[in-house]
Each structure stands twice: as structure tokens, then as C-alpha cells.
Design a protein. Sequence first.
Lengths: 322, 354
Amino acid sequence: MTAVDSTKAEMTAPVPQMRRPWGTWALGALILFLAVTPFILVIVISFGQKIEGAGWEWDFTLANYQRFFVGALWPDEVTFLHLQRLYYALYYAVIASVLAVATAFPFTYLLTRQSRRAQSCWLVFILASLSLSEVFIVMGWDVLLSNRSGLPMLFEVSGATDWLKRTGWFDVLREWGLANPRNVKFKTSEFATILTMSYLVWPYAVILLYPALSRLDPSLTEAARTMGASPTKVMTSVILPTVKLPLIGSTLLLFVFLLGSYVTVVVFAEPAKQTTAVAVYESVRGATLDAPFGAAQAVVLLVTAALFLVLAQYLTKRSEAR
Amino acid sequence: MTKVAGLSLKYIRKAYGDVRAVDNVSLDFADGALTALLGPSGCGKTTLLRMIAGLEDPSAGSISLGGQDITRLPAHKRKFGMVFQSFALFPHLNVSDNVSYALTIAGTPRGQAAARARELLDLVQLSAFADRRIGELSGGQRQRVAIARALAQEPDVFLLDEPMSALDAKLREDMQVELRQLQQRLGITTIVVTHDQHEAMTMADQIVVMSEGRIEQVGTPQAIYHQPENAFVADFIGKANFFDGVTEGGNVRLGAHLLQITPRANFIDGSPVRIAIRPEKAGLVGEANRLPAKVTFVRDVGPVRDIYLDTPIGPMIVTDSDSGQPLRIGDAVAVALPAEAIHVFPRVADQVAA
């Protein structure tokens, strides 16, 4: 109690007249400036106007948002090109984050059941893998999935391609866009994009799930076992419900992180299935040099992420209340 | 409750690398009786209980229930209810759902499971708490929920691992009596792991004293207390004064003093032995084995007095309840050691009197 009492006393005691050094104020202002200004600038610029053949100027127009949602030629013509890009951004991010958490969960669960030493070794290895840049990882997967030197080559040489053709699975793969007439083809596909994205965030998934799973009391699962629960039943009726919130939380965090993936999408996604993040970059720095429209797209992406977080918060609260 | 004849352990061993947590334990558990596995921490009692529950595999030996070998039967097929030290209640379920868990996962219709949960919560006097969350319960209430939950599947054997260790002293004593009454009412074969001798003495029909993975003595609480089979049991259960000596014609010589022993100790003359006498058996009045003594300290706790004495054979504590003799430090008195109250144990060479 003494600690609590002393804090209370400190809080209620009159604050001594102390001159705060100017340095502290300046540093605070600088941090605030650096953190908030770019953010506000993007929002403000999103209402600006592009000058053809030149830069852009301050304005207050909703044209950029209109262009995003219904196309530049509205009301004469409606196009959903930009909404479609947002859809692909969501689509890749949802599947990749769910895939990453779904595969990281059993791994992390088993990891927490290992000896302390084994756990530290794995965690160090996983933390180290976080230092790899996105570019490096994408390059690795690019080689692995490329038609001439990667897995497709291995399929062909090992006879797996022929086997797929004989058994009829090849046609199924073609339907899924994972084969060309001659051989399997992994690159430039949703498959490659999602796979690389989940690979990218997989270590994060392990590190996000680790605290919750390592805190899980082993006697909970043992109690369930003594009450007749099979290992599968223990998983579905005790472990998953107990760590439901960390699971949802990790998935959301990774989802928001993946909404902004750039390199992976540029390298692996088909041109027709690019995402908003790529479009933002193209608008701002690419051929069109349309900063206001780029900013508008960035704001939409940001608001979308925020909406998902709010929705998740609401769902969690509701399930808690029940 | 259905009764299934006899839980029986044969030559159970559990080794972790070079460490033998449980060594060659054979035990029979009487139907409907409460057995306490008692011993200091690290003596292997919890490991033994976990092997009975099916949560650990024995390295050797067999476990059988009603004549059927269940050594390799997984925990979820054993139908043994267990209460854990931490209670292990499911935080995502309310009290009623915790209690009916075993029934729900076995596919019992919801209404029926809920009715059974109500019945069990009634049994542990928690009917009013059915809809509470686990976080809203006190320690004692959690323990009752854990007991009710373990009983829901009508287990053949009821296992409790240090069930009182998370409770405060007052509640612990109440719960010991309550649990014992519940067990007697249900007539269910029960095994309780504890390091608390009072708990074991209060609740058990049979006490198994363990140390370093081995069984030291099996018996009723009275037998364990009054006829300890070795120095460990005499020391661990209750208090005892220990002295080292050698046998001489069935009696024991401690320096210049020859203590009479009844019945005579069955040792070859000159065998090193250790003797034990309970503080309440020794007295300031009485004729047998009288030794001069000097009072060094008096601890008066109300109903009885612990008198610390210095005697020619060594320091000794005597619990005095009826002499009424006023005593002061430094007083010269005489202490009597009744011949039939002296326990004689063989002494290994490296043992030194405590």
C-alpha cells in the first residue's frame, strides 16, 4: 500500500513551481510537428486540384473523391476502377492476414510447449527474420516462383507436371490461373501475392500470439482432458475461446499492415488486380503526377482501415457482453 | 455414484532423465475411501496423482481400475474427476457452463446439462452464483465450482491436487471439513495430494506418507501418528524429540542413561538406533525413565505449555497440559519418558540427531 499512498500523495501535493527547460518544449513541438504535419498535409492535399501539365494547387474540391468512387466522368459515365483496386487491397490483406495467423497459431502453440531454451532459440530466429526487408523477401520469392528457375522448373524436371496432366489436376490449376498451357505457373497470380504477403507478416503473427499463448495455463487443457475432452475438443472448446481476442487482434493488426503492401503487389499481382497502395504511388510519383488524387486514395485507404478496426472493436465488445 | 471396484497401482515408476520422481510405488485404494498422499514438496506425490489421472505416462509399472489395465488409457477416456491446485476454471465460461462442461462436450442435451449443473451447484451451496463470471468469484467459491465441475461426469475416482493451498487458513479448515463431509455423502473413491499433515489427518481414511518418490508408510491417521514406522514419518507427522543411541538388551543406551523400552527393541546389542518421543507423551510427572532436566524456555499458548528442557541426553520439548506446576527458566525438574511411548528406529551411519 505504501507505493500507492505515496503516488497519491505526489498527485495531490501542490506541484512545485518548476521552470520547464525550453529544450523539453522544443522537442515536444518538433515530435508533434513531424508526426502530425505529413498526415494533415495528405488530408488537405486530397481536396486540392491538379493543373494539367504542371503541379497542383490548393483548393477545396471533392472531385478527387468523386473520381475514386464513381469515376472522373460522372454523371455521364460511371467507372469503378479505383473501388476495384480498393477491393483487391482488402481481398489480399484479409486472406493473407488470416492465412498468416491461422498457420502461426499452431506453430506458436507448440512453441510455447517447448523447453525455455528451445523457445528462446526460435524467438531469436523469428525476430532476426523481421530484419529482412520486404524487397529482399519479394526477391527471394520471385526467384522461387519464377517460370525458368523456380518451382515450375522443378515441377517439370521431376515429372510432377506430367503427373498433374495425366491425373487431370493440371486443368484445375489452369482454371485457378496457376498454369499456362505448358507448365504450372505461380508468378503473377493472386496465389503468389497472397503467399508472399502472409510470409511477410508471419513472424509478426508469431510474436503477437506468443504472449497470449505462453500465458495460457496448461492446467486448463489438462482439466478439460480429465473431463473427457479429446485433443481436438480441447482445442475448440478451451484454447481457441480463451485466446479468441488475441487471435482477432493479431489478424486485424496484420490486415491493416498488409493493406499498404507495395512491393509484393507490384511484383506478383496481375496488372488488372493491382491495389490502392500501388495506385497511390503511381499517382504521386508515377506517370500522371497527380498528388491530390493520390492523397485522396491514401485517405480512403486510411479510413477503410479505421472502419475495420472500429467494426472489430464493436464485434469484440458485443461478444464480451454476451 | 457408480462404484467400480479398486484402483490399484503396481510398481509405478516415473523418471525424468536421471531423476526418479516416483520410485516403485504399489498401492491399493479402498472403494469409497479418501486417501491422502502426504509428503514434503518434491516428494513425487503430485506426479503420482497426475499418472493416476492419465496426464503423465509412468516410465514403468501399471495402473488398474476394477481389474482393468488403464496404464496407457488417455486422460479423456478415464472418467476421473480432478480438481487442480489453480482450480483451472475456464475464464470464457460462466459458473454454470464450467460445471456442465463435461456433460456439454459429451453431447448431453442443454437442458439436462443445465439441470445437472444446478443440482451440483446446490450441492456445493453456490446455486445463486450460476450466472456469474469466474472472475467475480472469491477463492473459496472458485474451489467449490472446481469441485462441482469435477463431479459432473460422476467420476469413478475423484482426484484433488493440493486443493486448499490457494485458500487462507480459516477457510482452509472449513473447507477440509466440508469436503470430507461431501465425500462421505457421495461415497466416492477420492485421492487428495497435500503437504499439510493437518489437512491429511482431518480428511483421510488412509494416509500415504511419501518422501523422495518412495512410500514411507501407509496407514490410518491414528496409526501414522502413534506408530510411525521410521524416523522420517515420526518427524514429518507431528512433532518429535529425537535422540541417537545404541541398543543394549532390548533397551537403548544414551551415554550414561539406559532407557527402558516396551516392547523391547528387536535389535542386536550395540546397534546404532534413533529414538523418537512425542512432546505430549513425555511429561514432568511419571515414574518411567526419569531424567533430571533444566527449564530453558516456556511457551504458554493457553490450553497447553511447551516446555523446553535441557537434559543429560540432549535438548527436548515437552508439551504439558495438566501438571499445573509453576515453571520458570532455570528451574530444575525431572522429565519422565514412558517406555511404551518411545519409538526406536534403526540409524544409518551418516544420520545425525536433529
